[in-house]
Design a protein around this ligand. Structure first.
Ligand SMILES: *Cc1c(COP(=O)(O)O)cnc(C)c1O
Length: 491
Protein backbone atom coordinates (compact mmCIF):
# COMPACT_ATOMS: atom_id res chain seq x y z
CA UNK A 1 0.00 0.00 0.00
CA UNK A 2 1.38 3.37 -1.02
CA UNK A 3 0.93 5.44 2.13
CA UNK A 4 0.91 8.90 0.51
CA UNK A 5 -1.81 7.91 -1.92
CA UNK A 6 -4.04 5.92 0.39
CA UNK A 7 -7.51 7.33 0.97
CA UNK A 8 -6.88 10.38 -1.19
CA UNK A 9 -8.68 11.58 -4.28
CA UNK A 10 -6.71 11.97 -7.47
CA UNK A 11 -7.47 15.71 -7.16
CA UNK A 12 -5.63 15.88 -3.84
CA UNK A 13 -2.57 14.33 -5.45
CA UNK A 14 -2.56 17.06 -8.08
CA UNK A 15 0.45 19.45 -8.22
CA UNK A 16 0.45 22.45 -10.51
CA UNK A 17 2.38 21.84 -13.71
CA UNK A 18 2.75 18.05 -13.32
CA UNK A 19 1.65 15.92 -16.23
CA UNK A 20 1.63 12.33 -17.29
CA UNK A 21 0.27 12.33 -20.80
CA UNK A 22 1.57 12.86 -24.29
CA UNK A 23 -0.95 13.47 -27.07
CA UNK A 24 -0.03 13.38 -30.75
CA UNK A 25 -1.13 16.54 -32.53
CA UNK A 26 -4.03 15.71 -34.80
CA UNK A 27 -3.77 18.83 -36.90
CA UNK A 28 -7.49 19.56 -36.90
CA UNK A 29 -8.27 20.99 -33.46
CA UNK A 30 -10.77 23.76 -34.17
CA UNK A 31 -9.58 27.18 -33.15
CA UNK A 32 -11.51 28.97 -30.43
CA UNK A 33 -12.89 31.51 -32.93
CA UNK A 34 -14.69 28.75 -34.82
CA UNK A 35 -16.80 27.75 -31.78
CA UNK A 36 -20.00 29.60 -30.88
CA UNK A 37 -19.55 31.93 -27.91
CA UNK A 38 -22.24 30.14 -25.81
CA UNK A 39 -20.29 26.90 -25.90
CA UNK A 40 -17.06 28.41 -24.57
CA UNK A 41 -16.00 27.87 -20.95
CA UNK A 42 -15.38 30.91 -18.78
CA UNK A 43 -12.79 29.08 -16.68
CA UNK A 44 -10.49 26.18 -17.46
CA UNK A 45 -11.68 22.74 -16.22
CA UNK A 46 -10.15 21.68 -12.91
CA UNK A 47 -8.40 18.57 -14.07
CA UNK A 48 -5.90 16.82 -11.81
CA UNK A 49 -2.26 17.42 -12.74
CA UNK A 50 -0.44 14.22 -11.85
CA UNK A 51 2.63 12.31 -13.02
CA UNK A 52 2.30 8.85 -14.53
CA UNK A 53 3.56 6.76 -11.55
CA UNK A 54 1.16 8.54 -9.21
CA UNK A 55 -1.77 7.81 -11.52
CA UNK A 56 -0.80 4.15 -11.89
CA UNK A 57 -0.33 3.67 -8.13
CA UNK A 58 -3.48 5.56 -7.27
CA UNK A 59 -5.77 3.41 -9.40
CA UNK A 60 -4.00 0.13 -8.66
CA UNK A 61 -4.20 0.75 -4.92
CA UNK A 62 -7.83 1.67 -5.23
CA UNK A 63 -8.60 -1.55 -7.14
CA UNK A 64 -7.05 -3.65 -4.36
CA UNK A 65 -9.15 -1.94 -1.69
CA UNK A 66 -12.19 -3.61 -3.15
CA UNK A 67 -13.26 -7.21 -2.79
CA UNK A 68 -14.32 -9.31 -5.73
CA UNK A 69 -15.03 -12.88 -6.68
CA UNK A 70 -11.61 -12.85 -8.39
CA UNK A 71 -9.89 -12.07 -5.08
CA UNK A 72 -11.69 -14.44 -2.75
CA UNK A 73 -14.66 -16.57 -1.69
CA UNK A 74 -17.87 -14.52 -1.75
CA UNK A 75 -20.70 -16.43 0.02
CA UNK A 76 -23.20 -13.54 -0.18
CA UNK A 77 -26.58 -15.25 0.20
CA UNK A 78 -29.24 -14.47 -2.42
CA UNK A 79 -26.68 -12.89 -4.75
CA UNK A 80 -25.16 -16.01 -6.40
CA UNK A 81 -21.61 -14.67 -6.55
CA UNK A 82 -20.26 -17.56 -8.59
CA UNK A 83 -16.93 -17.34 -10.38
CA UNK A 84 -17.27 -15.70 -13.80
CA UNK A 85 -15.16 -17.65 -16.31
CA UNK A 86 -12.78 -15.48 -18.30
CA UNK A 87 -13.91 -17.02 -21.59
CA UNK A 88 -17.17 -15.07 -21.14
CA UNK A 89 -15.24 -11.82 -20.97
CA UNK A 90 -13.22 -12.70 -24.07
CA UNK A 91 -16.44 -13.34 -25.98
CA UNK A 92 -18.12 -10.13 -24.81
CA UNK A 93 -15.00 -8.09 -25.59
CA UNK A 94 -14.67 -9.53 -29.10
CA UNK A 95 -14.12 -6.58 -31.39
CA UNK A 96 -17.02 -7.39 -33.70
CA UNK A 97 -19.41 -7.68 -30.80
CA UNK A 98 -18.10 -4.68 -28.88
CA UNK A 99 -18.33 -2.35 -31.87
CA UNK A 100 -21.89 -3.14 -32.92
CA UNK A 101 -24.45 -0.39 -33.25
CA UNK A 102 -27.97 -1.09 -31.92
CA UNK A 103 -29.59 0.32 -35.06
CA UNK A 104 -27.53 -1.61 -37.60
CA UNK A 105 -29.68 -3.15 -40.38
CA UNK A 106 -30.58 -6.78 -39.58
CA UNK A 107 -28.84 -8.03 -42.73
CA UNK A 108 -25.48 -6.85 -41.34
CA UNK A 109 -25.88 -8.52 -37.93
CA UNK A 110 -27.26 -11.97 -38.73
CA UNK A 111 -24.73 -13.74 -36.46
CA UNK A 112 -25.57 -11.47 -33.55
CA UNK A 113 -29.30 -12.01 -34.00
CA UNK A 114 -28.71 -15.75 -34.17
CA UNK A 115 -26.81 -15.55 -30.88
CA UNK A 116 -29.73 -13.63 -29.39
CA UNK A 117 -32.29 -16.06 -30.75
CA UNK A 118 -30.29 -19.06 -29.51
CA UNK A 119 -30.22 -17.64 -25.99
CA UNK A 120 -33.98 -16.94 -26.09
CA UNK A 121 -34.59 -20.55 -27.13
CA UNK A 122 -32.12 -21.97 -24.60
CA UNK A 123 -33.67 -20.05 -21.71
CA UNK A 124 -37.12 -21.23 -22.80
CA UNK A 125 -35.83 -24.79 -22.66
CA UNK A 126 -34.17 -24.29 -19.24
CA UNK A 127 -37.23 -22.54 -17.76
CA UNK A 128 -39.87 -24.74 -19.41
CA UNK A 129 -41.47 -21.63 -20.95
CA UNK A 130 -42.76 -20.94 -24.45
CA UNK A 131 -40.79 -17.77 -25.17
CA UNK A 132 -38.32 -15.36 -23.61
CA UNK A 133 -37.45 -11.71 -24.12
CA UNK A 134 -33.96 -10.51 -23.26
CA UNK A 135 -34.98 -6.82 -23.17
CA UNK A 136 -34.46 -6.06 -19.49
CA UNK A 137 -31.58 -4.63 -17.49
CA UNK A 138 -31.93 -6.38 -14.11
CA UNK A 139 -33.93 -8.88 -12.07
CA UNK A 140 -36.17 -6.12 -10.72
CA UNK A 141 -36.70 -4.85 -14.27
CA UNK A 142 -37.68 -8.40 -15.25
CA UNK A 143 -40.22 -8.50 -12.41
CA UNK A 144 -41.70 -5.20 -13.55
CA UNK A 145 -41.85 -6.39 -17.17
CA UNK A 146 -43.38 -9.73 -16.13
CA UNK A 147 -46.06 -7.95 -14.11
CA UNK A 148 -46.74 -5.66 -17.08
CA UNK A 149 -47.30 -8.80 -19.18
CA UNK A 150 -49.75 -10.02 -16.53
CA UNK A 151 -51.59 -6.67 -16.48
CA UNK A 152 -51.77 -6.69 -20.29
CA UNK A 153 -53.15 -10.26 -20.15
CA UNK A 154 -55.98 -9.27 -17.79
CA UNK A 155 -56.66 -6.05 -19.70
CA UNK A 156 -56.83 -8.05 -22.94
CA UNK A 157 -59.63 -10.14 -21.42
CA UNK A 158 -61.46 -6.96 -20.45
CA UNK A 159 -60.90 -7.70 -16.75
CA UNK A 160 -59.90 -4.46 -15.06
CA UNK A 161 -60.67 -5.42 -11.46
CA UNK A 162 -57.45 -7.29 -10.83
CA UNK A 163 -55.33 -4.75 -9.00
CA UNK A 164 -53.60 -6.88 -6.35
CA UNK A 165 -50.42 -8.93 -6.24
CA UNK A 166 -49.88 -11.43 -3.45
CA UNK A 167 -46.27 -11.58 -2.24
CA UNK A 168 -44.92 -13.79 0.60
CA UNK A 169 -43.36 -11.86 3.50
CA UNK A 170 -40.10 -13.74 2.93
CA UNK A 171 -39.78 -12.40 -0.64
CA UNK A 172 -36.91 -10.28 -1.90
CA UNK A 173 -37.65 -6.56 -1.43
CA UNK A 174 -37.76 -6.05 -5.20
CA UNK A 175 -41.02 -8.09 -5.43
CA UNK A 176 -43.32 -5.63 -3.61
CA UNK A 177 -41.37 -2.72 -5.12
CA UNK A 178 -41.89 -3.99 -8.70
CA UNK A 179 -45.57 -4.63 -8.01
CA UNK A 180 -46.00 -1.08 -6.76
CA UNK A 181 -44.16 0.38 -9.78
CA UNK A 182 -46.43 -1.72 -12.04
CA UNK A 183 -49.37 0.09 -10.44
CA UNK A 184 -50.56 -2.94 -8.46
CA UNK A 185 -51.44 -3.19 -4.79
CA UNK A 186 -49.30 -5.52 -2.67
CA UNK A 187 -50.94 -8.02 -0.35
CA UNK A 188 -48.59 -9.92 1.93
CA UNK A 189 -49.00 -13.59 2.72
CA UNK A 190 -47.28 -14.72 5.92
CA UNK A 191 -44.85 -17.59 5.71
CA UNK A 192 -44.58 -20.47 8.14
CA UNK A 193 -41.63 -20.99 10.46
CA UNK A 194 -39.62 -22.67 7.73
CA UNK A 195 -40.28 -19.74 5.39
CA UNK A 196 -42.62 -21.66 3.08
CA UNK A 197 -46.06 -20.43 2.11
CA UNK A 198 -49.01 -22.12 3.76
CA UNK A 199 -51.72 -23.00 1.23
CA UNK A 200 -54.35 -22.36 3.90
CA UNK A 201 -53.10 -18.80 4.42
CA UNK A 202 -53.13 -18.15 0.70
CA UNK A 203 -56.59 -19.55 -0.05
CA UNK A 204 -58.69 -16.77 1.56
CA UNK A 205 -56.65 -14.07 -0.17
CA UNK A 206 -57.42 -15.36 -3.65
CA UNK A 207 -60.38 -13.66 -5.30
CA UNK A 208 -61.25 -11.88 -8.53
CA UNK A 209 -59.24 -8.78 -7.57
CA UNK A 210 -55.93 -10.67 -7.62
CA UNK A 211 -53.82 -10.26 -10.77
CA UNK A 212 -50.92 -12.46 -9.74
CA UNK A 213 -49.11 -14.34 -7.00
CA UNK A 214 -45.33 -13.94 -6.94
CA UNK A 215 -43.30 -16.86 -5.62
CA UNK A 216 -39.60 -17.57 -5.22
CA UNK A 217 -38.66 -21.23 -5.32
CA UNK A 218 -36.49 -22.22 -3.55
CA UNK A 219 -37.54 -19.41 -1.27
CA UNK A 220 -35.27 -16.92 0.41
CA UNK A 221 -34.36 -19.45 3.12
CA UNK A 222 -33.16 -21.85 0.44
CA UNK A 223 -36.13 -24.15 1.12
CA UNK A 224 -37.94 -25.76 -1.78
CA UNK A 225 -41.66 -24.94 -1.83
CA UNK A 226 -43.27 -28.36 -2.23
CA UNK A 227 -46.82 -27.09 -2.59
CA UNK A 228 -46.36 -25.25 -5.85
CA UNK A 229 -48.61 -27.54 -7.95
CA UNK A 230 -51.44 -27.06 -5.44
CA UNK A 231 -50.78 -23.31 -5.21
CA UNK A 232 -50.71 -23.09 -9.02
CA UNK A 233 -54.11 -24.72 -9.38
CA UNK A 234 -55.63 -22.47 -6.68
CA UNK A 235 -54.19 -19.37 -8.34
CA UNK A 236 -55.45 -20.44 -11.77
CA UNK A 237 -58.89 -21.33 -10.43
CA UNK A 238 -59.10 -17.77 -9.07
CA UNK A 239 -58.29 -16.45 -12.57
CA UNK A 240 -54.88 -15.06 -11.55
CA UNK A 241 -51.42 -15.88 -12.91
CA UNK A 242 -48.44 -17.34 -11.06
CA UNK A 243 -45.16 -15.42 -11.29
CA UNK A 244 -41.77 -17.05 -10.66
CA UNK A 245 -38.96 -14.90 -9.28
CA UNK A 246 -36.14 -16.81 -10.96
CA UNK A 247 -33.29 -15.04 -9.21
CA UNK A 248 -32.97 -18.29 -7.23
CA UNK A 249 -32.96 -20.50 -10.32
CA UNK A 250 -29.37 -21.67 -9.74
CA UNK A 251 -30.21 -24.86 -7.77
CA UNK A 252 -32.88 -25.83 -10.30
CA UNK A 253 -30.65 -25.60 -13.39
CA UNK A 254 -30.54 -29.07 -14.94
CA UNK A 255 -32.92 -30.46 -12.31
CA UNK A 256 -36.38 -28.86 -12.54
CA UNK A 257 -38.26 -26.27 -14.63
CA UNK A 258 -40.64 -23.57 -13.35
CA UNK A 259 -42.84 -24.03 -16.43
CA UNK A 260 -43.44 -27.66 -15.46
CA UNK A 261 -44.46 -26.58 -11.95
CA UNK A 262 -47.31 -24.42 -13.26
CA UNK A 263 -45.70 -20.96 -13.37
CA UNK A 264 -47.03 -18.67 -16.11
CA UNK A 265 -44.43 -15.90 -16.16
CA UNK A 266 -40.86 -15.84 -14.85
CA UNK A 267 -37.62 -13.93 -14.98
CA UNK A 268 -34.05 -15.21 -14.82
CA UNK A 269 -31.16 -13.18 -13.44
CA UNK A 270 -28.54 -13.80 -16.13
CA UNK A 271 -25.91 -11.98 -14.05
CA UNK A 272 -26.46 -14.42 -11.18
CA UNK A 273 -27.31 -17.81 -12.64
CA UNK A 274 -25.42 -17.45 -15.91
CA UNK A 275 -22.40 -15.54 -14.63
CA UNK A 276 -21.75 -11.89 -15.32
CA UNK A 277 -19.63 -9.92 -12.86
CA UNK A 278 -22.25 -8.10 -10.80
CA UNK A 279 -22.49 -6.19 -7.58
CA UNK A 280 -22.14 -2.46 -7.31
CA UNK A 281 -25.21 -2.13 -9.46
CA UNK A 282 -24.67 -3.92 -12.73
CA UNK A 283 -24.67 -4.46 -15.61
CA UNK A 284 -27.27 -7.20 -15.56
CA UNK A 285 -30.20 -8.69 -17.39
CA UNK A 286 -33.48 -10.17 -16.18
CA UNK A 287 -34.96 -11.96 -19.24
CA UNK A 288 -38.69 -12.68 -18.94
CA UNK A 289 -40.26 -15.95 -20.03
CA UNK A 290 -43.95 -16.68 -20.57
CA UNK A 291 -46.02 -19.78 -21.06
CA UNK A 292 -47.92 -20.56 -24.24
CA UNK A 293 -50.63 -18.02 -25.00
CA UNK A 294 -48.81 -15.00 -23.54
CA UNK A 295 -45.99 -14.65 -26.12
CA UNK A 296 -47.68 -11.87 -28.08
CA UNK A 297 -47.61 -9.59 -25.03
CA UNK A 298 -43.81 -9.64 -24.59
CA UNK A 299 -42.09 -6.28 -25.07
CA UNK A 300 -40.91 -4.91 -28.40
CA UNK A 301 -38.63 -5.44 -30.21
CA UNK A 302 -38.21 -9.20 -30.57
CA UNK A 303 -35.64 -11.27 -32.41
CA UNK A 304 -37.39 -13.75 -34.67
CA UNK A 305 -36.34 -16.48 -37.05
CA UNK A 306 -38.01 -16.22 -40.43
CA UNK A 307 -39.14 -19.11 -42.61
CA UNK A 308 -36.10 -18.73 -44.87
CA UNK A 309 -33.81 -19.30 -41.85
CA UNK A 310 -32.66 -15.66 -41.53
CA UNK A 311 -33.14 -13.57 -38.39
CA UNK A 312 -34.89 -10.27 -37.96
CA UNK A 313 -35.89 -7.68 -35.38
CA UNK A 314 -39.66 -7.43 -35.23
CA UNK A 315 -42.18 -5.09 -33.65
CA UNK A 316 -45.72 -6.22 -32.87
CA UNK A 317 -48.88 -4.20 -32.23
CA UNK A 318 -50.09 -6.67 -29.59
CA UNK A 319 -46.96 -6.16 -27.47
CA UNK A 320 -47.10 -4.25 -24.20
CA UNK A 321 -44.61 -1.80 -25.73
CA UNK A 322 -40.93 -1.18 -25.10
CA UNK A 323 -39.17 -1.54 -21.75
CA UNK A 324 -35.70 -0.74 -23.10
CA UNK A 325 -34.32 1.44 -25.90
CA UNK A 326 -33.31 -1.55 -27.98
CA UNK A 327 -32.60 -5.20 -27.15
CA UNK A 328 -31.24 -4.94 -23.60
CA UNK A 329 -27.72 -5.52 -22.28
CA UNK A 330 -26.26 -7.44 -25.18
CA UNK A 331 -22.85 -8.09 -23.59
CA UNK A 332 -24.59 -9.81 -20.66
CA UNK A 333 -26.47 -12.04 -23.10
CA UNK A 334 -23.15 -12.92 -24.77
CA UNK A 335 -21.62 -13.90 -21.41
CA UNK A 336 -24.66 -16.01 -20.49
CA UNK A 337 -24.64 -17.92 -23.75
CA UNK A 338 -20.88 -18.38 -23.48
CA UNK A 339 -21.36 -19.84 -19.97
CA UNK A 340 -24.14 -22.16 -21.12
CA UNK A 341 -22.31 -23.38 -24.23
CA UNK A 342 -18.98 -23.88 -22.47
CA UNK A 343 -20.70 -26.03 -19.81
CA UNK A 344 -22.70 -27.97 -22.38
CA UNK A 345 -25.70 -30.10 -21.43
CA UNK A 346 -23.70 -32.35 -19.09
CA UNK A 347 -22.07 -29.43 -17.30
CA UNK A 348 -25.36 -27.55 -17.03
CA UNK A 349 -26.96 -30.61 -15.47
CA UNK A 350 -24.39 -30.37 -12.66
CA UNK A 351 -24.92 -26.66 -11.81
CA UNK A 352 -27.97 -27.09 -9.59
CA UNK A 353 -26.72 -30.33 -8.05
CA UNK A 354 -23.32 -28.94 -7.08
CA UNK A 355 -24.76 -25.65 -5.79
CA UNK A 356 -27.09 -27.71 -3.57
CA UNK A 357 -24.35 -30.09 -2.44
CA UNK A 358 -21.98 -27.24 -1.54
CA UNK A 359 -24.62 -25.41 0.50
CA UNK A 360 -25.61 -28.53 2.42
CA UNK A 361 -21.96 -29.42 3.06
CA UNK A 362 -21.25 -26.01 4.63
CA UNK A 363 -24.54 -26.04 6.57
CA UNK A 364 -24.02 -29.49 8.08
CA UNK A 365 -20.37 -28.74 8.90
CA UNK A 366 -21.23 -25.60 10.86
CA UNK A 367 -24.47 -26.49 12.63
CA UNK A 368 -22.58 -27.49 15.80
CA UNK A 369 -21.56 -23.83 16.25
CA UNK A 370 -24.25 -21.79 14.46
CA UNK A 371 -27.97 -21.91 15.15
CA UNK A 372 -29.90 -23.55 12.33
CA UNK A 373 -33.54 -22.44 12.67
CA UNK A 374 -34.85 -24.52 9.77
CA UNK A 375 -33.70 -28.10 9.61
CA UNK A 376 -33.64 -30.35 6.55
CA UNK A 377 -32.07 -30.32 3.12
CA UNK A 378 -31.64 -26.82 1.70
CA UNK A 379 -31.10 -25.88 -1.92
CA UNK A 380 -28.38 -23.39 -2.96
CA UNK A 381 -28.33 -21.37 0.28
CA UNK A 382 -29.32 -21.45 3.93
CA UNK A 383 -29.74 -19.14 6.90
CA UNK A 384 -28.24 -19.38 10.40
CA UNK A 385 -29.74 -17.41 13.27
CA UNK A 386 -26.38 -16.28 14.64
CA UNK A 387 -24.11 -18.28 16.94
CA UNK A 388 -25.50 -21.04 19.16
CA UNK A 389 -23.52 -19.71 22.12
CA UNK A 390 -24.53 -16.06 22.35
CA UNK A 391 -23.17 -15.64 25.92
CA UNK A 392 -20.21 -13.52 24.78
CA UNK A 393 -22.59 -11.04 23.15
CA UNK A 394 -21.13 -11.59 19.68
CA UNK A 395 -23.68 -10.76 16.97
CA UNK A 396 -24.06 -11.76 13.34
CA UNK A 397 -22.66 -8.35 12.37
CA UNK A 398 -19.49 -9.08 14.42
CA UNK A 399 -19.05 -12.50 12.80
CA UNK A 400 -19.47 -10.96 9.34
CA UNK A 401 -16.84 -8.28 10.10
CA UNK A 402 -14.42 -10.84 11.55
CA UNK A 403 -14.67 -12.88 8.34
CA UNK A 404 -13.20 -9.88 6.48
CA UNK A 405 -9.98 -10.27 8.48
CA UNK A 406 -9.67 -13.76 7.01
CA UNK A 407 -10.04 -12.57 3.42
CA UNK A 408 -13.67 -13.59 2.87
CA UNK A 409 -16.55 -11.46 1.73
CA UNK A 410 -19.24 -11.38 4.42
CA UNK A 411 -22.39 -13.45 3.95
CA UNK A 412 -25.72 -11.60 3.69
CA UNK A 413 -26.73 -10.48 7.18
CA UNK A 414 -30.02 -9.53 8.85
CA UNK A 415 -31.94 -10.74 5.80
CA UNK A 416 -34.38 -12.43 5.59
CA UNK A 417 -36.21 -10.64 8.38
CA UNK A 418 -37.71 -13.88 9.72
CA UNK A 419 -34.91 -14.23 12.36
CA UNK A 420 -33.13 -11.71 14.57
CA UNK A 421 -29.58 -12.74 13.67
CA UNK A 422 -29.91 -13.95 10.07
CA UNK A 423 -26.62 -15.00 8.47
CA UNK A 424 -27.31 -16.16 4.95
CA UNK A 425 -24.70 -18.24 3.15
CA UNK A 426 -24.63 -19.17 -0.55
CA UNK A 427 -21.42 -20.91 -1.61
CA UNK A 428 -22.42 -21.56 -5.29
CA UNK A 429 -21.25 -24.49 -7.41
CA UNK A 430 -17.97 -22.97 -8.56
CA UNK A 431 -16.08 -23.42 -5.26
CA UNK A 432 -13.78 -26.34 -4.53
CA UNK A 433 -13.98 -28.54 -1.43
CA UNK A 434 -10.69 -26.99 -0.24
CA UNK A 435 -12.17 -23.47 -0.35
CA UNK A 436 -15.28 -24.62 1.50
CA UNK A 437 -13.20 -26.51 4.12
CA UNK A 438 -11.09 -23.44 4.76
CA UNK A 439 -14.19 -21.27 5.17
CA UNK A 440 -15.69 -23.83 7.56
CA UNK A 441 -12.47 -23.86 9.61
CA UNK A 442 -12.49 -20.05 9.86
CA UNK A 443 -16.18 -19.98 10.86
CA UNK A 444 -15.38 -22.48 13.62
CA UNK A 445 -12.39 -20.40 14.73
CA UNK A 446 -14.61 -17.33 14.97
CA UNK A 447 -17.20 -19.24 17.02
CA UNK A 448 -14.45 -20.35 19.43
CA UNK A 449 -13.07 -16.82 19.61
CA UNK A 450 -16.58 -15.48 20.30
CA UNK A 451 -16.70 -17.62 23.44
CA UNK A 452 -13.09 -17.16 24.59
CA UNK A 453 -12.23 -13.58 23.63
CA UNK A 454 -15.40 -11.92 22.35
CA UNK A 455 -13.85 -8.44 22.26
CA UNK A 456 -11.55 -9.47 19.41
CA UNK A 457 -14.59 -10.40 17.33
CA UNK A 458 -16.62 -7.38 18.39
CA UNK A 459 -13.88 -4.92 17.37
CA UNK A 460 -13.22 -6.58 13.97
CA UNK A 461 -12.11 -6.04 11.29
CA UNK A 462 -8.52 -5.49 12.35
CA UNK A 463 -6.56 -5.77 9.12
CA UNK A 464 -8.69 -4.27 6.35
CA UNK A 465 -7.92 -0.86 4.76
CA UNK A 466 -10.98 0.59 6.52
CA UNK A 467 -11.50 -0.53 10.11
CA UNK A 468 -14.70 -0.61 12.11
CA UNK A 469 -16.89 2.29 11.01
CA UNK A 470 -19.63 3.65 13.25
CA UNK A 471 -22.65 2.30 11.33
CA UNK A 472 -25.26 3.95 13.54
CA UNK A 473 -23.69 7.36 13.31
CA UNK A 474 -23.29 6.95 9.56
CA UNK A 475 -26.99 6.11 9.24
CA UNK A 476 -28.11 8.97 11.50
CA UNK A 477 -25.74 11.59 10.08
CA UNK A 478 -24.86 10.48 6.57
CA UNK A 479 -22.02 12.41 4.97
CA UNK A 480 -22.79 12.11 1.32
CA UNK A 481 -20.30 14.39 -0.40
CA UNK A 482 -16.55 14.45 -0.24
CA UNK A 483 -16.56 18.19 0.47
CA UNK A 484 -18.80 17.65 3.49
CA UNK A 485 -16.39 15.00 4.73
CA UNK A 486 -13.40 17.33 4.44
CA UNK A 487 -15.35 20.16 6.13
CA UNK A 488 -16.27 17.77 8.97
CA UNK A 489 -12.66 16.72 9.45
CA UNK A 490 -11.47 20.33 9.45
CA UNK A 491 -14.00 21.44 12.07
C1 LIG B 1 -31.20 -10.57 -6.66
C2 LIG B 1 -32.61 -10.88 -6.50
C3 LIG B 1 -33.59 -10.07 -7.10
C4 LIG B 1 -33.29 -8.77 -7.81
O1 LIG B 1 -32.41 -8.84 -8.88
P1 LIG B 1 -31.63 -7.54 -9.38
O2 LIG B 1 -30.92 -7.96 -10.61
O3 LIG B 1 -30.71 -7.14 -8.27
O4 LIG B 1 -32.64 -6.47 -9.64
C5 LIG B 1 -34.92 -10.47 -6.98
N1 LIG B 1 -35.27 -11.57 -6.28
C6 LIG B 1 -34.35 -12.36 -5.66
C7 LIG B 1 -34.80 -13.59 -4.92
C8 LIG B 1 -32.99 -12.04 -5.75
O5 LIG B 1 -32.09 -12.80 -5.14
Amino acid sequence: MNRECYGKLIFELSRKGRGGYRLPSNGCTPSVDELPEVLLRRTAPELPEVDEPTVVRHYNNMSTNNFGVDTGFYPLGSCTMKYNPKINEEMAADETIASLHPYQPSATVQGVLELYYTLQQTLSEIGGMSEFTLNTYAGAHGELTGLMVIRAYHAGRGDDRRVKVIVPDSAHGTNPASAAVAGLKVVEVKSREDGTVDVEDLRPLLDDTVAAVMMTNPNTLGIFERNIPEIASLVHEAGALLYYDGANLNPLVGVARPGDMGFDVMHINLHKTFSTPHGGGGPGAGPVGVRKGLEHLLPNPRVVKKDDGTFDISYSDCSLGQVTGTLGNFAVAVRALSYILSLGCDGLDMVGRLATLNANYVKESLRDAYLLPVDGVCKHEFVFDGLIDKSGGVTTLNVAKRLLDHGYHAPTIYFPLLFHESLMIEPTETESKETLDDFIRVMHDIAREAAESPDVVKSAPHNTPVGHPDDTNAALHPVVTYKELIDNVQQ
